[in-house]
Design a binder for this molecule. Structure first.
Ligand code: G3I
Length: 344
């Protein structure tokens, strides 16, 4: 069974990948990925710090290979991400005035998007520009360029590649306050006469605590703006988050609270597999219900070995958030997702 064929009439199925995963010793992954997925997002390599390390120097090597890989296997490449307050190049720390930052901003978007014109299907133009209360995040962009920087980013991206789809991407924008901020932001972009094609709800949730109702309300609210809805960084952690009051005592018996630990050295217990399966199955049933509004579901990592959750919020803690295990074998959650389709 494959994800992409199961959902071929519903939505694209994507995964995040690093350059290591499609190079050298990891070539087996590179060949396996196109059997399951028809969309890819670079997990880090297109972020400004990596693709634009110095004022006048870009490093396109990894991104070129990544885009060529997607093209070769006929997978849609989603560029991630043009404007983000995090993973910025070091030189930006020395920028203190609006003119310099505007120069970087304009030139960066134009250079990167133009290079991949006609090859990158879509861009996460702006990432994580909102605070939890729905106001604009206090970033260097807001501080020096003012609140219209977001509209400007979309305008520049559209100029550089009129054929690419352009998205706003963020986490927790299924939560009512932040969602209201995202809806207002999208309306503002539209009111300025600038095109925005879709919104990406990242989807980093806890397997035990997937906010299904808020997700459904969000699908409806964003679709009502006339844009595509996507889930762009889906994973469901199975471990407690010490800073999250909702999940801090979930699996309290798990000792995985220290760095470098595997809380399940003997394998993931059936009960946890079942929780993960239930979380994913409920989500996919909801996605299928709204398949006319949802264009892509992308997982944030190809298998458990490559998940960022192995290093967050606790460094080196072994996590199990995806559909495939560390040997690329499908977990029960994979079959639960496939089953969500047939039991629809
Ligand atoms: O490549 C270096 C390596 O050379 C070095 O030895 C090592 C030591 O820490 O760091 C490596 O870089 C790490 C990089 O991932 C590649 O593994 C960075 O420290 C680490 O900060 C970086 O984390 C990435 C994170 O974004 C950065 O904020 C994660 O891989 C990536 O999954 C994560 O992705 C974000 C999305 O872009 C936006 N939404 C949230 C999502 C999860 O945080």
């Amino acid at each position: 069974a494959s994800l992409k064929s199961t959902f071929k009439n519903d939505f694209l199925i994507g995964t995040a990948l690093s350059i290591q995963q499609i190079s050298g010793n990891e070539m087996a992954i590179a060949k396996w990925v196109p059997g399951q997925f028809n969309a890819i997002t670079p997990e880090n390599l297109m972020k400004a710090a990596l693709i634009h390390p110095e004022w006048n120097r870009y490093n396109f090597e990894a991104a070129d290979r990544f885009v060529a890989y997607g093209t070769r296997y006929n997978m849609k490449v989603n560029g991630h991400t043009l404007i983000w307050h995090s993973q910025l190049p070091f030189f930006i720390r020395r920028v203190k005035n609006a003119d310099s930052l505007r120069h970087f901003f304009t030139e960066h978007i134009d250079t990167v998007v133009s290079r991949y014109r006609g090859k990158v299907y879509s861009w996460d133009v702006v990432n994580e520009a909102l605070e939890e209360d729905g106001s604009l995040r206090r970033s260097i962009f807001l501080e020096l360029l003012g609140e219209n920087y977001i509209i400007e980013a979309f305008r520049l991206a559209q100029q550089a590649d009129p054929g690419a789809e352009l998205y706003y991407n963020d986490y927790n924008i299924e939560q009512p306050q932040k969602r209201a901020g995202a809806v207002a932001l999208i309306k503002k972009i539209q009111a300025a006469g600038v095109r925005i094609d879709g919104v990406g709800i990242q989807g980093h949730w806890h397997a035990n605590d997937v906010p299904l109702e808020k997700i459904e309300q969000s699908i409806l609210a964003y679709a009502a703006l006339g844009i595509k809805v996507m889930f762009t960084e889906l994973d469901l952690t199975v471990l407690p988050n010490p800073w999250d009051s909702n999940t801090a005592d979930v699996s309290a018996s798990v000792n995985g609270k220290r760095a470098g630990m595997d809380p399940y050295p003997n394998g993931l217990p059936d009960s946890v597999q079942a929780t993960l399966s239930r979380g994913y199955a409920n989500l996919f049933r909801l996605f299928l219900k709204h398949r006319d509004k949802i264009s892509r579901i992308t997982f944030w990592g190809v298998n458990d070995a490559y998940s960022w959750l192995n290093n967050w919020p606790i460094r080196g803690r072994t996590n199990y958030p995806l559909l495939f295990d560390r040997q690329n074998q499908p977990k029960p959650a994979f079959f639960a997702v496939i089953g969500a389709k047939s039991k629809k």
